[in-house]
Design a protein. Structure first.
Length: 220
């Protein structure tokens, strides 16, 4: 019998498997892991509620010789119930989860992104405009993956940067539409991408347009 492995994970998605089983995708410090889960036990109180997307859990699983993961047991660490009180906040959290699914290869270790995702989910209900954190998350993933470079000067000349061209910072002439920003929005974008304190994010009064499109463009 394989040894049982313990880790933390945040549920990204769940799919039915055969008649009563499921395949559940968790984001863990070891990356995105897909587990086979047999029929849920009725003896485990609230087990169906625990398997709601964005639930943060302690996982116990084992790996077979064929590199398949089977979830043996799980318990709640944080169900992030406050997120579920607001559609806009839940929608922003869902966008962050989708960003991970679209950008991370299975089983690619990402302890920094896992810690970041967990903290962003905890702080999200404190923001009146949840798009601030989801936009910041997009930018930080792009930087983490080496797809985005934010520099004060244009990559082609010495002029001040005001946008992007293929992930490189560029001036008004060398950046490409629609990824050219006003001076105010370029400043806010830098705060969202490079800031390390949530108090800094709270000062962002207007989220720069097209950040979600920038993420999709560079991840594709």
């Amino acid at each position: 019998m394989p040894n049982c492995i313990e880790t933390e994970g945040i549920l990204l998605a769940t799919f039915p498997y055969l008649q009563e089983g499921r395949i559940v995708k968790f984001f863990t410090p070891s990356g995105i892991l897909s587990f086979f889960l047999k029929k849920l036990s009725h003896k485990k109180a609230g087990s169906h509620a625990l398997l709601s997307p964005l639930s943060e859990m302690e996982l116990h699983y084992f790996e077979t010789k064929n590199k398949l993961f089977f979830l043996k047991d799980f318990s709640s660490l944080n169900l992030h119930l406050d997120l579920r009180k607001s559609f806009s906040h839940l929608q922003s959290a869902g966008k962050m989860a989708k960003a991970l699914l679209n950008s991370q290869m299975p089983e690619k270790r990402a302890p920094f992104l896992y810690s970041l995702f967990s903290k962003y989910l905890q702080k999200l209900p404190e923001f009146k405009n949840p798009e601030i954190l989801s936009s910041s998350f997009y930018l930080k993933i792009l930087i983490h993956e080496g797809l985005l470079s934010i520099t004060p000067k244009c990559f082609q000349c010495a002029e001040k940067s005001s946008g992007f061209s293929q992930g490189e910072s560029g001036c008004f002439l060398h950046a490409k539409k629609p990824f050219i920003y006003s001076e105010e929005h370029w400043l806010y974008l830098q705060v969202l991408a490079l800031g390390k304190k949530f108090s800094d994010f709270q000062k962002v009064s207007s989220v720069p347009k097209s950040i979600e499109n920038l993420f999709s463009h560079l991840i594709a």
